[in-house]
Design a protein around this ligand. Structure first.
Ligand code: FE2
Length: 262
């Protein structure tokens, strides 16, 4: 197994076949590389849903999406297909499923049929977004919470509006394994910062979103069929660029369970 680091986040991993059982030392290496690099890109995989399910289990117990329907044989796996001009909530900076009390620790995408051009995914390092945030904002928002909502997802899925809900999460999250702090507000799911006026909340969120997606903190992934990418939802935001028109883009997506952010 070879690990090649990418700056400012990410590592490409080659010479490993995730459809086979991994040795304990490889598992350990992968877990360490995940915490160090935040996004891992496994090249040249050939993963049927059951293999993807097992590979994902390295990061925790796979879980079903609260709104979107999964595959019949593996309900934790969602088939992502996007094309044309339809609205898609993934074309906003976000961390996955932050409208739940316990958002997933990690998300895994596996590329089945991706366009030769376009449909890239951007990733942004939220440890750096926090670290380089202006000190006055760090102080002001130190123990503040943001109100996250699932409204955009309920709308997109055409689900029952009665499923709409909000949850509060800290603006700055502490990673439970590394102890580092990360910016944890996302343009897709946050509606306001608790305890601030509408105007102030909006003004600050605009600054935080710009910080979260700053080009200095980003890696842009160009997909190839057979790529399996896993990222740490606790300290990474992502954005699916929708610039491939009617070309097919098919991936499988699976998340693993997480814990309550603090
Ligand atoms: Fe996402």
């Amino acid at each position: 197994m070879k690990i090649k680091k990418i700056q400012p986040l990410g590592a490409e991993i080659t010479d490993v076949d995730l459809s086979y059982d991994l040795s304990e030392s490889d598992r350990q290496l992968i877990k360490e590389a995940f915490l160090d690099n935040l996004v891992l890109i496994f090249k040249d995989q050939n993963l049927k849903p059951k293999n993807l399910f097992l590979a994902a289990s390295l990061w925790g117990p796979p879980q079903k999406h609260p709104v979107f329907q999964g595959l019949d044989e593996h309900p934790e796996i969602i088939k992502i297909e996007n094309y044309g001009e339809q609205y898609h909530t993934n074309a906003h900076w976000h961390s996955d499923v932050t409208f739940e009390e316990e958002p997933p620790d990690a998300t895994i995408l596996y590329a089945i049929d991706v366009p030769s051009e376009g449909g890239n995914t951007l990733f942004s390092n939220q440890y750096l977004a926090y670290e380089f945030l202006e000190t006055s904002l760090k102080k002001k928002l130190n123990n503040q919470k943001a109100i996250n909502t699932n409204r955009s997802v309920v709308l997109l899925a055409g689900a029952d509006p009665a499923l709409e809900k909000t949850v509060k999460h800290p603006v700055f999250r502490t990673h439970p394994e590394t102890g580092k702090r990360a910016l944890f507000v996302t343009q897709a799911f946050v509606e306001r910062i608790e305890g601030l006026s509408d105007n102030e909340s909006q003004e600050i969120l605009t600054k935080l979103y710009a910080q979260a997606s700053d080009k200095k903190f980003r890696y842009e992934h160009k997909w190839h069929n057979g790529d399996m990418v896993v990222w740490d939802n606790r300290c990474v935001q992502h954005f699916a660029v929708h610039d491939h028109g009617d070309k097919t883009r098919t991936l499988h997506r699976i998340t693993v369970s997480g814990s309550k952010p603090y």
